[in-house]
Design a protein around this ligand. Structure first.
Ligand SMILES: [Zn+2]
Length: 128
């Protein structure tokens, strides 16, 4: 697969696929920042413009492609927050914990469907 194709497929703002590794049931995509924009502090949500303290990578799960689990390796920078002087990891808007935003949305949708089915069996609540 072409890296450009994966980048387009993922539609992640300011990140592009640098490499992809396909295993039997997983696809790992190594992401790179396109533009070196200053990191957003996860402590206070501001851009401090201070120098980057250190870097790290996180692996987050994204939506499946053709029944393969997709994992994205994302570079994350650490900054010293000027508000409380602690080291904070940068905030990336489309990451929610260990998964992407859209993955979390899908899980949420699936669990709410299951939740509705369960409440249907108990009709007492609906009759009130
Ligand atoms: Zn901060």
């Amino acid at each position: 697969m072409q890296m450009d194709t994966i980048t387009e497929l993922l539609e992640l703002q300011n990140y592009k696929a640098a490499a992809a590794i396909k295993t039997e049931d997983c696809l790992y995509v190594i992401l790179e920042r396109i533009e070196d924009v200053p990191p957003v502090c996860s402590g206070c949500g501001k851009v401090h413009g201070t120098s980057v303290h250190s870097g790290d990578v996180v692996t987050v799960e994204d939506l499946r492609i053709l029944d393969k689990r997709v994992f994205l390796t994302v570079p994350k920078r650490k900054v010293r927050c000027v508000e409380d002087h602690t080291i904070r990891v940068e905030e990336i808007p489309w990451i929610r914990g260990r998964v992407t935003d859209r993955f979390a949305e899908q899980v949420y949708r699936l669990t709410s469907i299951t939740g509705e089915t369960q409440s249907d069996s108990g009709t007492e609540a609906n009759e009130r």
